[in-house]
Design a protein around this ligand. Sequence first.
Ligand SMILES: C[S@@+](CC[C@H](N)C(=O)[O-])C[C@H]1O[C@@H](n2cnc3c(N)ncnc32)[C@H](O)[C@@H]1O
Length: 282
Amino acid sequence: MSLPTLMDLVRRSTDYLTKHGLPNARRETEWIFAETLGLSRMDLYTRFDMPIEETDVIRLRELVQRRGRREPLAYVLGTQDFMSLQLKVGPGVLVPRPETEELVELILKTFADREDLRVLDVGTGSGAIALALKQARPTWTVSASDVSSEALQIARANGERLGLTVEWHEGHLAAHLPGPFDIVVANLPYIGELERNLCDPELAFEPALALFAGNDGLDLIRPLLADFKRLLVPATGQAFLEHGWQQGPAISLLAQEHGWCCAIVADGGGKDRIAHITALAK
Ligand SMILES: C[S@@+](CC[C@H](N)C(=O)[O-])C[C@H]1O[C@@H](n2cnc3c(N)ncnc32)[C@H](O)[C@@H]1O
């Protein structure tokens, strides 16, 4: 029996993913095929009549079916690009999002010419923020914490593979860390329990611990903010919190109650996304 060609399988897989409701079925199929067969996206077009061996057909079918069940593409591929890093990810960690790259960019812009800063990333997950900052600013001392030992294992492995030194700590928020830090950054869980049912099917595959934080989504941001007096270098320390697009006013109010100045920064899509917290001007 003749082997199916690359083009046959790309077409069939695209149809399969389209039937399962994926809007970018062709693009996602190409990513799965390119990654699995070790080809470039261009190869998929120039080598369209290449016969595919039975073992590869089985492997590809399994991956395409996983994506059809709406498992995040990053889990299916095992990797996610973040800034200029390729991170390993799996079901123990949140897949780093493009909005979070904007959080990293804002920090790099705010502290453009500063060396030797001490940074803490709270709720580090795959290590995305901590590692991207360390890569961009090798002279900074970067610490990162997470309550999940599974996440920290993945973050630590990402750091080792990329040759980036970060101090990893396991524990609740920053309670176990002495500080003070020049920068505290956190992309903590911020989805409210009431929104659980409105989420994309892909979210069901990501750890609930990485997504949900009480009724209003602020159950972790609230105590972290209350700890900033201890955690931040007096007068000059700054914090950056990623949050849901409707949480800006509530976080600003909380920050003011604790004596901080808070600017809400919108993401590239125009949605409020980051609370930038600084000391009040004297
Ligand atoms: C939204 S994910 C963000 C992961 C990563 N910072 C990123 O941007 O991709 C939130 C992370 O916070 C961690 N987390 C949840 N509760 C925590 C707590 N009480 N203390 C520290 N980390 C916590 C989760 O394990 C998860 O890794």
